[in-house]
Design a protein around this ligand. Structure first.
Ligand code: PMT
Length: 411
């Protein structure tokens, strides 16, 4: 599975002859659907020009820590937050030493310190430098801290010698990077996700809908797939692209979503209800387009099916995760929904504007979640929905596996 599609990759390039391979790497990352921002050390610019990477990544290349223009736009903090992963390829012996010491004397080392994204290094250096005790110690320190080392490989080197220290080839680097996004925490578990809005027809051209884009649900489907799950996604009208290897079923109304969920849910161990399902629909939808009259128009509404409650109330219920979209009293309302709908977990989000008056929750790239379950809770701070989805899937996997273990122990 290509897990790089849509990922934000910061590609760090340090001074080494293998920097020429990173031009190809940039191309292949973009072919895999990743967005790439390149950060070069001064040493690296001696081997390949920033212009090359600007053209290949279709983004400006960053080289300066104290660059006023960069600080105004994509400074090191912004880059650090933007990254889903940082890959330094080639990683020179000097850059490994600086990272092992936690130094922050250029843009690349500073952003590595400032980012919580996974960091991977593709070492590339002369084989004697690689086997030197200092470099070996540095690589052990970095690995103990959770830094991923991709390579190096053995073979003939640019210096004319042979040994261990070659940067991995581009396809190997792509594979290794892609592997960072596969957690396996839901390996072979069947997960059903709903996403997007529902549209409840008033007449053939009008409907009652809402602002849900589907992003949150689609990000969850993708994150579950990356965690090794077999994923079915039931979506209301949405322009989001179907995540790779995810089985998608399109519906329009709450009634259609209910039918599709009831049909699918028995095959699944986890159900995540991220869809913004209409609570009411017009009692009758006019067969013809309603005409404008002088008098006011009233439309009688009736309740729709509560899908997540129906699933949670079934005899062979899966692990059920609901969402709560709230504009006020978020935690209290979410706890009430957790109880009333008999859910295993609820992810509450404030919908509306954040502190910077940006849209959050509905129809936004960003969200913030307060996740509550029967005997615990966790706040997931404001972040891109792709990041939050991975964090939520980890929580779901943890609680699901804990429940399963408990059931086994008490059986
Ligand atoms: O799609 P995006 O633009 O990315 O926005 C994401 C989101 C804000 C829509 C999403 O994060 C979210 O909060 N989804 C749930 C929205 C909602 O309907 O919340 P609610 O509090 O009204 O419903 C509570 C739970 O019941 C939800 O899990 C909902 O899916 C479910 N429900 C609601 C009504 C209904 N008839 N059937 C249901 O199953």
């Amino acid at each position: 599975m290509n897990t790089l599609n849509g990922k934000h990759i910061v590609l760090g390039i340090t001074g080494g002859i293998a920097a020429y391979k990173s031009a190809e790497l940039t191309r292949r990352l973009r072919d895999a659907g990743a967005q790439v921002r390149v950060v070069m050390t001064h040493g690296a610019t001696g081997f390949v020009t920033p212009l090359t990477f600007q053209a290949l990544s279709a983004n400006p290349v960053h080289t300066e820590l104290l660059d006023e223009a960069a600080e105004a736009g994509m400074g090191h903090i912004e880059l650090a937050r933007w990254a889903d992963a940082i890959l330094i390829a080639p990683a020179s012996a000097n850059s490994m030493a600086k990272l092992a010491q936690g130094r922050a004397d250029d843009l690349l080392t500073t952003l590595c310190l400032a980012s919580e994204a996974p960091l991977a290094l593709a070492p590339a250096m002369n084989h004697v430098m690689w086997s030197d005790a200092a470099t070996q110690d540095n690589s052990s320190i970095l690995q103990q801290r959770g830094v991923h080392l991709f390579g190096p490989a053995s073979g003939s080197q640019a210096c004319g010698e042979t040994g261990e220290g070659r940067m991995l080839d581009v396809p190997e680097l792509i594979d290794a990077l892609s592997g960072l996004f596969k957690s396996g925490v839901l390996q072979d578990i069947n997960v059903l996700v709903t996403a997007g809005p529902t549209w409840e027809p008033i007449d053939p051209v009008r409907f009652i809908g809402n602002r849900s884009s589907g992003r949150m649900g689609f990000a969850l489907a993708r994150a579950a797939r990356e965690a090794g799950a077999n994923v079915t996604l039931i979506s209301g009208p949405s322009s989001e692209a179907t995540p790779e290897d995810v089985h998608r079923i399109d519906v329009e109304t709450a009634a259609q979503m209910y039918e599709a969920v009831i049909q699918q849910v028995r095959h699944n161990q986890v159900f995540i209800s991220a869809a913004a399902v209409a609570d009411y629909r017009p009692k009758t939808a006019s067969a013809q387009k309603l005409k404008k009259h002088d008098a006011e128009l009233s439309i009688e509404l009736e309740r729709t099916e509560d899908i997540v409650s129906a699933v949670a109330g079934s005899s062979t219920r899966p692990f059920v995760v609901g969402f709560a979209a709230e504009t006020e009293n978020i935690e209290t309302n979410a706890r009430t929904k957790l109880k009333n709908k008999a859910l295993d977990m609820i992810a509450a989000n404030r919908v509306g504007k954040d502190a910077n008056a940006q849209d959050i929750g509905f129809n936004s790239e960003y969200n913030a979640l307060h996740v509550i379950w029967t005997d615990g809770e966790q706040v997931l701070e404001q972040a891109r929905k792709t990041t939050l989805a991975r964090e939520l899937i980890n929580l779901v996997a943890h609680q699901y596996n804990k429940n399963r273990q408990h059931e086994k122990n008490t059986a």
